[in-house]
Design a protein around this ligand. Structure first.
Ligand SMILES: [Zn+2]
Length: 109
């Protein structure tokens, strides 16, 4: 369950950014390739911050889909089966979205 490890890492980042202020919210971007399960993350975050200085920090997550773009400029959102080939042509693709694990901002009291 890597959500606990991610939450621990995240708590460290948030704590440094907050510099002792009380944190009431954390806004994150998480890409589909991170394979984070929303319910599990919510549980893991609650577990990690329980009884700590971050206990009031509400998680708000923006889920970013997996998006690929091929050399010919076709942009495709990949849903379901993990298939990184361009559906429109045989050109090589690169991943342009879905790898994020980013703290967008934190709210402090
Ligand atoms: Zn293409």
């Amino acid at each position: 369950m890597h959500e606990v490890a991610l939450s621990n890492q995240l708590a460290g980042v948030v704590r440094r950014a907050a510099g002792g202020r009380r944190v009431t919210g954390v806004h994150l971007k998480i890409g589909a390739l991170r394979q984070v399960v929303p319910e599990t993350l919510r549980w893991a975050w609650g577990f990690v911050i329980d009884g700590t200085d971050l206990a009031d920090a509400e998680l708000e997550v923006e889920w970013i889909p997996l998006v690929i773009e091929c050399a010919n400029g076709h942009v495709t959102e990949v849903t379901g089966q993990l298939d990184l080939t361009c559906p429109e042509c045989p050109a090589k693709t690169t991943i342009v979205g879905g790898e994020e694990f980013t703290v967008v901002d934190i709210e402090v009291a």
